[in-house]
Design a binder for this molecule. Structure first.
Ligand code: AMP
Length: 474
């Protein structure tokens, strides 16, 4: 199958050739003809599959006829985060080089004035995060009655961030007879319900099994104690020993851990940067650019800040924390092995993470290789009785042989309490997206609570954690 078989315009085909793409990816081959035929589409595809071009290319072709009117965008793309929205805008710049289209980006963290000026000029393409879009609408600066194509991208992320009510509102503000393109990596029941409510006779395109992990990513997990100091030592060992590491994203579950880990890595001589929801838009963009260019090869990041980012050449992904939500694991490791390249994903697993690991393995339908396999064998329960309990003080002494004692700030050893885990999550969504996340819409709530409780139980050490583990050292 060639791009020229899909019905795209000459101008778009020229831009595709300039991009160096020789063949459409599976999602592109299937979705592009349907979008051009004005059908509603449900695309179940992970990032890294070429899904952005699967809607941008046919949209460009469709937009060649007709023109935009002031404050009435012709097409609307809704993205869960500012970075993703900016990335889609870059795709329009790249594939739309032969077009004279007005693309407006409405994201939080930047002034309303410039965005209003663009809207006044008339936007062919409006790319927005839900909160900022509704803010402009509320100010009367925007009419959505001219929208011919609505794209909802990364719907599962919208769900995680509590944006579903906003999406429902947006869907009710655009004309009933628009075309809707709906993309999600996974199809949770809440997401299926949305598609039933707002799409008309959609064609369903699935390029890979929902929540399947990329096959070209080699994955393994390493057992570690839950003590932050030990975890950081294990991570450093893994980074130093990683073969062919050119750059890496290190994921943490909480943004305060992003900052701590980032500082620790720098102290240990790594060139590392951080990406989290407390950074302003300018800092985030600068950080991403520095990572993309290779100037900062290690990026410590939270999920919300890093979700869906298109950084084509990431050789390694480290899960410093295993995500509580199994879907997030798939998204995280999807940052490597993009566009057919191979990649490596290494996760640290504490005793409290064993349930999370089970859920992940269940979701991806495969058992992940264990580097120190004996540490994973046997259940916690069976070993509890025979294992001597060791105090945290004695564990501390042991880990201090690995690194200078004064390295770690005291507050890190503090037990994260349940409430702080929750508030960190909510805060992250607020910072990175647009609105505070309504809790009732979050899935896996019981799982989050379970994990938070387990984290708080640091005084208990199952026997398997007391065994010596071996790590490759450089
Ligand atoms: P996406 O899934 O949209 O985030 O795209 C992932 C990466 O694949 C991006 O870096 C694109 O530039 C690249 N890409 C998109 N389409 C193709 C294609 N047909 N051939 C090769 N690379 C592509």
């Amino acid at each position: 199958m060639a791009f020229s078989d899909l019905g795209l315009s000459e101008r778009v085909l020229e831009a595709v050739t300039q991009s160096g793409y020789t063949e459409p990816t599976p999602i592109q081959a299937q979705a592009i003809p349907e979008v051009l035929a004005k059908r509603d589409v449900i695309g179940i595809a992970q990032t890294g599959t070429g899904k952005t071009a699967s809607f941008v290319l046919p949209m460009l072709t469709r937009l060649e006829s007709g023109r935009a009117r002031a404050r009435m965008p012709r097409t609307l793309i809704v993205e869960p985060t500012r970075e993703l929205a900016a990335q889609v805008e870059q795709n329009f710049d790249k594939y739309g080089v032969n077009h004279k289209l007005t693309v407006a980006l409405l994201i939080g963290g930047v002034s309303f004035d410039e965005q209003e000026k663009k809207l006044d000029r008339g936007a062919d393409v409006l790319i927005a995060t839900p909160g900022r879009l509704l803010d402009h609408f509320g100010r009367g600066k925007l009419l959505l009655t001219g929208v011919e194509i609505l794209v909802i991208d990364e719907a599962d992320r919208m769900l995680d961030m509590g944006f579903i009510p906003d999406i429902e509102r947006i869907c009710s503000l655009v004309p009933a007879r628009r075309q809707t393109l709906f993309f999600s990596a996974t199809m949770a029941p809440e997401i299926s319900r949305l598609t039933e409510q707002f799409l008309r006779d959609p064609v369903r395109i699935e390029t890979s099994r929902p929540a399947s992990a990329a096959e070209n990513v080699k994955q393994w997990v390493v057992a570690t104690s839950a003590t932050p100091k030990d975890k950081r030592a294990v991570l450093r060992d893994q980074i130093r020993g990683a073969e062919g590491l050119s750059n890496a994203i290190v994921f943490c579950n909480r943004k305060r851990d992003v900052a701590t880990l980032h500082n620790s890595l720098k102290r240990h001589g790594f060139t590392a940067g951080a990406l989290h929801g407390d950074m302003d838009q300018h800092q985030r963009m600068a950080m991403l650019e520095s990572f993309r260019s290779g100037e900062t090869p290690i990026l410590v990041a939270s999920d919300v800040a890093a979700r869906g980012l298109d950084i084509p050449k990431v050789s390694h992904v480290f899960n410093y924390d295993l995500p509580v939500n199994a879907d997030d694991y798939v998204h995280r490791i999807g940052r490597t092995g993009r566009a057919g390249r191979s990649g490596v994903a290494i996760a640290l697993c504490t005793p409290a993470d064993k349930q999370a690991l089970d859920r992940i393995e269940k979701l991806i339908g495969t058992s992940i290789e264990k580097q120190n396999a004996d540490a994973f064998s046997g259940s916690d329960d069976s070993e509890q009785d025979s294992a001597p309990r060791r105090s945290r003080r004695s564990r501390k002494g042991k880990s201090s042989d690995r690194q200078p004692a004064k390295e770690e700030p005291r507050q890190e050893a503090k037990k994260p309490d349940h409430a702080s885990v929750k508030s960190a999550d909510v805060e992250e969504g607020k910072q990175s997206g647009e609105k505070p996340a309504p809790r009732k819409n979050r899935k896996n709530e019981p799982e989050r609570e379970l994990a938070a409780t387990a984290f708080g139980n640091e005084d208990f050490v199952p026997a398997f954690m007391l065994r010596q583990t071996r790590f490759a050292r450089s």
